[in-house]
Design a protein around this ligand. Structure first.
Ligand code: HEM
Length: 407
């Protein structure tokens, strides 16, 4: 699943700040999490020339900088700076669309969008979403099939998360896969070393399809979110293109991280009676610790609005700064034995971000996960352990298989 934070493009010479320490730390793409763990210990504020970005990895710094007003939203993509003028003109409408995504906005636009969205994430709405997942959870069928070696991802995890996202967005669950496909096409041209006309055409086509679909969804207003966004378009608070951008961000940003966190939670639950008791004792605490351990989005990317000094390193205005959430959540200074699942950790984590861009769907994600865990526990007194195969990229982690371990 692509995400705009992934695959930052190579830097050009003018991206290099004059006083940055030259550090020879090429990414270890095979194991980015371990690479960030190392960096956190010896270069906690690292300038990385290949991606023209500063990486901040210690919990204490990430926690503080998430609230720092000197950091604004990231720009849609640094690679655009390297395009020629005709290339830029060719992708102008697509870039205009991307720049409307909530994660790319600063106040006052960002504040206006959050004001529209927040009322659609009430506890009542979260309970409605959890109810939809509970009704739709096909745990018994999925587990019966899994005993024959089938993958639980497609039979249980993705359907449950699709149900939740479609209930929130006011869609039919069957619509979600094509929306995901359009979102992938929308972003497909970003982050490449050169502009590919084929990918630009595919993105333009996907934008047209996504726009038509969003218009219909808003007109039907079949969820509080669809009602709120549609209402804001009718009253002129949002442009129609803003509504499409919100829907595109929600489709890409809501589904896969919830699948990832659910996979971790289920795997932990399958480890033995102690973990099942942990869940029964404190379901919210259990899911919260699973989300920390999962930290599906590795980065919160920002841009410096003015000069900033972190741990003695001067970061100039206009620089790309990546707050590495996943490294912060594995910082042993904050979390003892950070790679272990430990119920009841008192310390807050940053898997949902913090501050202005903090995840609006955090409660919805947790209440998507819980009905699946409840149903799993109800179906299996003595579950066999689950095995997860991960795909880890520079920016995201997601499961590619979740299977019951053979007896
Ligand atoms: C376990 C699942 C999830 C995780 C780990 C997660 C993580 C995050 C993170 C880290 C951010 C902040 C990014 C930043 O600061 O740059 C964020 C923002 C956001 N997320 Fe989530 N998310 C999850 C599920 C969801 C769901 C289910 C929804 C909605 C249906 C959602 C909607 C949003 C929205 C609207 C934003 C705000 C964007 C902004 O204001 O810039 N997320 N999420």
């Amino acid at each position: 699943m692509p995400h705009p934070d992934e695959a930052a493009a190579p830097a050009s010479a003018q991206d290099q700040p004059a006083d940055a320490e030259p550090v020879d730390r090429p990414f270890v793409l095979a194991d980015p999490l371990a690479w960030f763990d190392d960096v956190r210990e010896d270069s906690p504020v690292l300038w990385h020339p290949e991606t023209a970005s500063w990486y901040v990895t210690r919990f204490e710094d990430v926690w503080r900088l998430l609230l720092d007003e000197r950091l604004g939203a990231r720009s849609p993509d640094p690679f655009l700076r390297r395009l020629t003028a005709p290339e830029r003109a060719a992708v102008g409408p697509l870039v205009d669309f991307l720049s409307r995504w909530p994660m790319f906005l600063d106040p006052p636009r960002h504040t206006a969008v959050r004001r529209v969205l927040r009322p659609a994430f009430t506890p009542e709405e979260v309970a409605r979403v959890a109810g939809a997942v509970q009704q739709g959870a096909v745990v018994r069928d999925a587990l019966a099939a899994a005993a024959d070696g089938m993958d639980l991802l497609e039979t249980l995890l993705r359907p449950a998360c699709r149900t939740a996202v479609s209930a929130l967005l006011g869609l039919a669950p069957g619509d979600v896969p094509r929306l995901v496909e359009w979102s992938e096409q929308l972003m497909g041209f970003v982050g490449r070393s050169r502009l590919d006309p084929e990918l630009v055409r595919a993105a333009e086509q996907a934008l047209g399809q996504f726009t038509g679909f969003t218009e219909q969804t808003l007109a039907a207003a079949s969820s509080p979110l669809a009602g709120a966004v549609g209402g804001a378009v009718r009253t002129g608070v949002l442009q129609p293109a803003d509504a499409v951008a919100i829907y595109a961000q929600l489709v890409t940003g809501a589904l896969e991280p919830t699948v990832t966190a659910l996979a971790v939670a289920l795997e932990v639950l399958s480890r033995g009676p102690r973990y099942r008791q942990d869940y029964r004792d404190d379901p919210a605490g259990f899911v919260n610790e699973a989300v920390r351990l999962a930290t599906p989005f590795h980065f919160a990317a920002r841009r410096t609005l003015s000069d900033l000094t972190v741990r003695g390193q001067r970061i100039p205005a206009g620089a790309r700064v990546v707050l590495v959430l996943v490294a912060a959540n594995r910082d042993p200074r904050r979390f003892t034995a950070p790679l272990e699942f430990r119920q009841g950790r008192a310390a807050a984590h940053v898997a949902f971000g913090r501050g202005r861009h903090a995840c609006l769907g955090s409660l919805a994600a947790q209440h998507t996960i819980r009905p699946v865990l409840d149903a799993y526990l109800a179906e299996t007194d003595d579950p066999r352990p689950l095995d997860i195969e991960w795909h880890v990229t520079m920016g995201m982690k997601w499961p590619v298989r979740l299977t019951v371990r053979p007896a």
